[in-house]
Write a protein that binds this ligand. Sequence first.
Ligand SMILES: Cc1ncc(C[n+]2csc(CCOP(=O)(O)OP(=O)(O)O)c2C)c(N)n1
Ligand SMILES: [Mg+2]
Length: 917
Amino acid sequence: MIIDGFAHQLPDIDPHETEEWLDSLAAVVDTRGRPRAQYLMARLIERSRELAVGTPASVSTPYVNTIPREEEPWFPGDYELERHIRAYIRWNAAIMVVRANKAADGLGGHLSTFASSAALYEVGFNHFFRGKEDGDPGDHVYIQGHAAPGIYARAFLEHRLDESDLDRFRREIDAPIGDPPSSGRGLSSYPHPRLMPDFWEYPTVSMGLGPILSIYQARFNKYLHNRRIDDAMTSRVWSFIGDGEVDEPETLGAISLAAREQLDNLTWVVNCNLQRLDGPVRGNGKVIQELEAIFRGSGWNVIKVVWGTGWDELLARDVDGVLLNKMNSTLDGEFQRYAIEPGSYIRENFFGPDPRLRAMVEHLSDADLQNLPRGGHDYQKLYSAYQAATETKGVPTVILAKTIKGWTLGSGFEGRNSTHQIKKMTAAQLMELRDRLHLEEALPDSAFEGDLPPYVRPPFDSDLTQYLLGRRRALDGPLPSRLVRVRRPLQMPADSVFDELLGGSGTQAASTTTAFTRLLRNLCRDPDVGPRIVPIIPDEARTFGMDALFKELGIYSALGQNYEPVDHDLLLSYKESTDGQILEEGISEAGGLADWTAAATSYAHRGVPMVPFFTFYSMFGFQRVGDLIWAAADARARGFLMAATAGRTTLLGEGLQHQDGHSLVLSSTVPVCLSYDPAFAFETALIVKHGLQRMYPGGDPLAGEDVFYYITLYNENYPMPPMPSDTEGGGTSISDGVMKGLYRSATAPGTSGPAATILFSGTAPTETVVAQRELAEHYGVGAELWSATSYQQLRSEALEVERWNRLHPGQTPRVPWVTTELERSAGPIVAVTDFMRAVPDQISRWTPRRYTSLGTDGFGRSDTREALRRYFETDAPHIVLTVLTSLVADGSLDPSALTDAISRYDIPTEVAVPWHG
Ligand SMILES: Cc1ncc(C[n+]2csc(CCOP(=O)(O)OP(=O)(O)O)c2C)c(N)n1
Ligand SMILES: [Mg+2]
């Protein structure tokens, strides 16, 4: 017996009526069969939803189109012309890849992805995607990375690119960025704004990132709108996604947020060609059905486009429900097979077993059966789906379009498991493609005589090109198109915003994290830049002491705050509001990074520069969502990543999974990420101030650089010194030194013995100051202290110099800045960091004297700071011993100092090596 728990817990106010309904249903099943009962139930559910009865929506529907034929809107375009345009685009997309691989074997490229999705894109380009030429930002279109050839082919038809450009597909090196397109510039393999900054907008090729980024882009548009910064509601976010790609956790991981935030400005199109790279996506199941249930369960509007028009009349005659049953019960693995088999096989195996089904298609030839198209290749069906998606209010829409991978490329490609990887076509395959696309007139046999198959496009003044261009003009210009322009100017903050941090904390102990929180608050309070600051925090504001900002700035929520918070009577209560400034992401670093990316690219994607600060547990940044950061760098993001709770010894009891001693190594792998490890509040302020100026000089995005900042923040408290006078001895100003990565923080105490130099960063000053004192007191060593704010910046400059010297033999060699600076100090150099030694070791090639580093290589442990620093051998005694060891090696000190230090500080000498695990 099946019991629906909820119904049995409520009183039945009319058992007689209940019984009548149930008996009727049983009678229908008995007399008319199950399919009829299913039909009636479906109609009842539909009606009850119309009547807002409150019936829970089912998560799945039969395997047919969501939009019935009679609900399809009138198609406003020229069907024939658009089909012809598609044929040209399909041809050139394929030829581009084939030519590239003939010219240079192994260049790669993909034929089958776009072949399956050409109609999905074309209906968008001809009827929906809005461009930017009217001055508005238009739509945000995330294109499947492997479909790039088709997008280039369309740009070719639009006369944005020409043949020489297409021949530079995946040949970027000899074509510097910025060449005029007509000279044949390199076309990147996939959508890379970093490589084609006036063309691509959204990097998508690392699977799963495009989908999650698109959700947060749509959410960010609502944020801008609700905060009255930009009227973003005219822009729609479209994301094209592979059905294999949905297996990436990032793809589906944030879909419930999209529904919760009512992102009706978001449309996803999943290209369900049933295949990924190696084989079927769900051979033993049905990916469309699975996705439908997931999305409906998450509150999305789901539109399935399974069958092309040819199937409509068959379904209309399906009186017994046998066709529907066959559709429902056929597995994707079988559908993939039907895509490659002849019509006779389909007749035998799909329609054949049931005589009622077989009879249904008796009037169709085998060729007809083979050509019954899938919904994702049916322009009218797609148009209907897109139209419905754009009209849907209150929820995001996903269109699940069933296609064939490699469609129109011929039998060697369509539906084959190997299709994703095939990049070459034989002469016979090319002819077959031409015939299939009906391009005989444009491509007579004689066109194939050369070595390479030809590109072909209709003349500029042809009806076809004019139609194509006319459609784009009507939709405000071509896409993709990346444009940096100022729609809403940005103003830089007043200098006074930074004063508090530059002044230091006096005798009061403070951490760089609390200092930064004050800076963030001051920035938000600045009347000019304030509204453009986007504070983003995962569920860690209290950990970082940032909860104080909740009340003042408000937490953004599309729904406002429809409840009285539990802490309403506290001064610093949890305040959500529709115009809240803080994006509190909950426990999702990927979400926070996606937010950050939307804000950090807003200067280009919306013409509205925003300044995002994403503050997170540094351990869960690069290590966890590094690929999103890489994608943001590709997208030319500008902003600040604030690595809180940095360091391997600062988090006391947290241990192995939390103590970060390596994110600075990871961050240094991203070319445009400037990594800083400041020790003092004033350094942090300077880095933010100069960073703002570098990204937006005087507020101007066009003059700024596409870089972003990774800045560590610690939770260790010590008095924060004021910024020293900017004209420190030796000619380098403090702010210059902080930005370039190194400056002298304290001169050596007067001593009779040898000199040494100690570099510190992050929290290391606490131990180095003690070491400096001990060295002077017990060993007569006078050590200078230098703050190394960025080994990465020092290294980068030194590498440039090294390269210049190599390329300019015979000329006076240049000297790296770090070398020149350290020549102003004396004695062996010892660097101390709370990160692993690889961080300071970045400059070891260029230090003018003996160089040793101390760091926290190895897994973290839980204990006190003191115990941890002793364990990692970064405490003051170990610094002293290291300095003495260097001096002895240099012959500047008697070796007896070493045994003295070991016994003075009780340094254990037979302990396990920390980095062995
Ligand atoms: C994160 C990541 N892993 C692996 C790949 C390699 N890869 C490129 S395309 C592809 C298959 C894509 O299948 P699907 O999403 O179904 O797209 P289709 O080409 O079928 O439209 C894979 C595995 C990648 N690009 N990104
Ligand atoms: Mg696929």
